[in-house]
Design a protein around this ligand. Sequence first.
Ligand code: ATP
Length: 608
Amino acid sequence: MRHLLRTPAGIAGTLLVALMVILAIAGPLIWGAEAERIDSAAILQGASAAHPLGTDNLGRDILARVLVGGRLSLGLALIATLIGAVAGVLLGALPSVLPRRAARLVTGTVNALVAFPGLLLAMFTAVIAGLGARGAVLGIGAALAPGFARLTQTLAASVAGADYVSVARMLGVSRWRVLTRHVLPNIAEPLILNLTQALGGALIALAGMSFLGLGVQPPSFDWGRLLFDGFGRIYATPAVALGPAAAIALAGIGFNLLGDVLARAASRRATPPGEGAGRAVPEVGELGEPDQDAVLEVRDLTVAFPGGVTPVRGLSLTVAPGEIVGLVGESGSGKSLTASAIGGLVPYPGEVSAGRLRLCGADLDELPEQERRKLLGTSLAMVFQDPMASLNPALRIGGQLAEVATVHQGASRTEAFARAVDRLEHVRIPEPAARARQHPHELSGGMRQRAVIAMGLMGEPRLIIADEPTTALDVTVQREILRLLREVTDETGAATLFISHDIAVIGELCHRVVVMYAGRVVEELPVEGLASDAAHPYTRALVASLPDMETDRSRPLASIPGRQPSPAEVPDGCAFADRCELASAKCAELPPLIPYRAGHRVACWEAK
Ligand SMILES: Nc1ncnc2c1ncn2[C@@H]1O[C@H](COP(=O)(O)OP(=O)(O)OP(=O)(O)O)[C@@H](O)[C@H]1O
């Protein structure tokens, strides 16, 4: 945030807004009398030493009037923006609480209003509400409301898809409570940031209304009114119109620049690892020296959301070159968020903190933004469960793959396309040149997933993170994708972090297994030991739930009674204790992850 405010745009925005605020407070106190002083000897003068912006038809000093008019301009813009924001947020939030039909009606109305030209809406409302400042303010508020409503709907929809909202709904929490407790608090920040930009827009629009004669009426005056009064003389004495015009432009630019910088700071805060407030960086001594050989080294990674929801809690993980590490755990244990945190993709308003987050020997937290992006773009390949979500449906496959090479490697379009075809061939897509010219929907699910893997191979990935890459595919295609991942790892020497809730797949593909439960690693062991050496009761229960050749198929599969605590209710001690047969009083204390055997660590007081 501070870094962004120190950019030229940040400095200019902050200075201009500060200047406008000071002007609004102090202007009328200092220049109020001067702005009203009638001088019949100095009527309609141009710029001079005594009156740098000239005088009006009553001989009043226009510079003083510009300095005084700022208060009304800014004040009215602020009121109009607040009206627009409150009306818009209410309108945008209504569909979340109304029955389906009424919600559709509100959404349709918002869509229609968004499509309606803002200035017309403002003028229409202003004419109905009556000429003058009140009408103009209501008009601009009405014009701003649909934009806020649409933003609220979009933000609310993005939060509505979150698991915690689904859970709240499933548990029968009322719609109103879901809205006020889960949705609105999570979208408040971007809405507030949008206010700053909207304020700049309102200021210019209000000036426009006054200029059209629909806004502030004499004897009151704002910048728009001063521009209106001076406009007729623009050819004879340009300063009289240029002064108020410059004030309007500077204020508009200032608020827009500051709003833009604040919005960028907020989106960055939500994504890159480790920039969050309250970041607890442990002492270097506690972390030990960085592992120079590791492709990925994560120490004490925590991902938290507002409301005390902490789905990942102090997770540590190391992946060596060429190694395939399986991250396993039941749904909601924090696997995907761990992957997102490594890739800098944790959604807003998640906060990521890590004692150490190193990729290919570079500290991601300490790299400048551009280098961090480049490192992630070229050295890390992400493969998600739904390949359709990773591919832009509007672009051809070849073009999407080529983007990586043009953006990060500076390749020409032809070179990049040729490389894309080569990579598609590498992942055994038949007729790669023809496929490269097709859109994602023209490919089968398995082929799309291959294309996503090929996209990861456009750079020179040292680490592939595959998050449930086969869950959406049928069994035969699953096997092909797993084989491909293994081949890619062998051929490129890249390491793979393979995320799955399916311990059977992990057992087949991986060299090492990391077991997660309620946001923490509870066990880490070589895959060969999974069946016989697992020491944590949770890992053993996962293994026991697998059918094998001797399983009596007529009996239900073993399952683990109870359920994992939600990320907002994880106990201080061992989170598995209330499902564990071996639990003792000692389990009220958190068991540390400690060496058990060679290459094997476990977090359980009862592991013997
Ligand atoms: N944006 C969010 N805001 C709040 N909580 C979230 C958010 N995203 C995920 N969570 C919560 O974090 C927990 C862990 O989510 P994550 O997706 O990492 O689990 P997972 O182990 O990958 O599960 P799955 O196998 O179902 O994908 C879940 O309980 C989820 O509800």
